[in-house]
Design a protein around this ligand. Sequence first.
Ligand SMILES: [Zn+2]
Ligand SMILES: [Zn+2]
Length: 210
Amino acid sequence: MSSFTLWVDGYVQEKRQIRILDGNGIDYDIDVGWHMVKQNSKMIENGKYISKICLGAVQCSNEGYTAYKIDIRPKSTLALIKKQLKAVCVRCHSLSLEHIGCLARVNFKFEGFHCTMIHQHNHTYKAYDLIHAPRMALARFREHMLQHPAEEPLGLIAGTSPISQTALVSVDNIHPYFSHQGRVKYHRGSVLQATGQKSSGLKSDENAFS
Ligand SMILES: [Zn+2]
Ligand SMILES: [Zn+2]
């Protein structure tokens, strides 16, 4: 599946609606699943244009180790990446991390109530693990959770309900980020807490934030 909230490569175009907030603001959800840095922006007729370039990846250059050339998520700015490179590789414990630049870019064109996102060029590395769920995926997870507040993390991931004995949609289908039990536990706890719901007399939820 190719989606900006997962990983896109080469030429990909996606159009998103802008969300009108309860007040009178508007919310530009232009979240993508990896780090980019702003390169350019300008006002255009009826809107705005922003271009961003991919921040690439960090790799271990220590040949002979299993982590050799495995892509690590870079920090969110060039200055932070510089710092990141000064730390030892967590796998081989040597100062062997290097930054891999990337030519991939995304152009965002905001016009009226939508934003067109155009991804161009290929990444110079493979997709790395996401550490945050994209906002759209979190919103869908929240909706799903509120429909099934009694389900526990394992049931949510497996897509079967030990409570109601019915089949659910696995949260893994919302986004692969949610295939991890610890993450589901954490986000489930956050949703329940935010809505003031308890897990209706089921097993204690106290560990949800661990
Ligand atoms: Zn290493
Ligand atoms: Zn890239």
